[in-house]
Design a binder for this molecule. Sequence first.
Ligand SMILES: [Zn+2]
Length: 285
Amino acid sequence: MLKLVKLSPRAYMVQGDPLPEIRENAGFIVSARGAVIVDTTKTLADAQSLYRHVRAVTDKPVAYVINTHAHIDHVFGNQLFPAPVVAHVKTGETMGAMVAGEWSPGGLPRVIEQYERPEDMVGLRIVLPQILFGEALTLDMGDLTVKVIRVGGHSPGSSIVFVPEERTVFLGDLLCVGRYPLLFWANEYGSVEEWLAALKHIKGLGAKRFVPGHGPLSTLKEVKAIESYFLDLKERVLRLAGQGLSREEIVAHPSFPKYAEIAYDRLHPLNIGVAYDQLVKKNDE
Ligand SMILES: [Zn+2]
């Protein structure tokens, strides 16, 4: 069951189930010119639940849907919303490439089968973003502005959605709370350096409410915690590489004890490997 969390007079978070895994969040903003949906969840059943939450709050039309990035759990519900989908040009490209392959009509049944509740995805059709932007896009919604800003880090097209009037920012998977962040997906990599730069930018927005891609509503404290994860990752990889350890030895090095509590620890060694490739291997070439 998706839970509705009111953030401010005009901004809402729709929180994914915490169990058995920390499921994806979505959100929406209610403006004079209609509702703006931020991410559309992984299954049609969840997207319907998201839509019901929107309808319980407002009868205004949906003006836009924004995809913060191209990953399944943030875009598969696009088809339910009768509005143009906005995304960074790289997100559009990634989704387009997926539709030509794994997400093609012939490939989708296999993708759906892999999920715990395939019945929640019956009738799935991938809707690609139609409004693509370069670095940033500002939507003038009459009584408020919705700024979509590409920051990268988690994926090449990863973008945040900032509503200055509500002091609220939706971070997509730039922020995951209670589970490890992810530096790669399909054939695509994020970037440790861009992620750190993105978090610096996010800290400077003057926002009060930070909506993570996964996990509960957050404050600056959680943003700083994920920043310290990446700072620790970078410092450790560079230090161990400086001591002459190989990629394999660094990846197998015991994980950071202070992050032992968080879920999906299988992602951590994979993140170490990506960090090594970006921070060490690149310097050797
Ligand atoms: Zn996600």
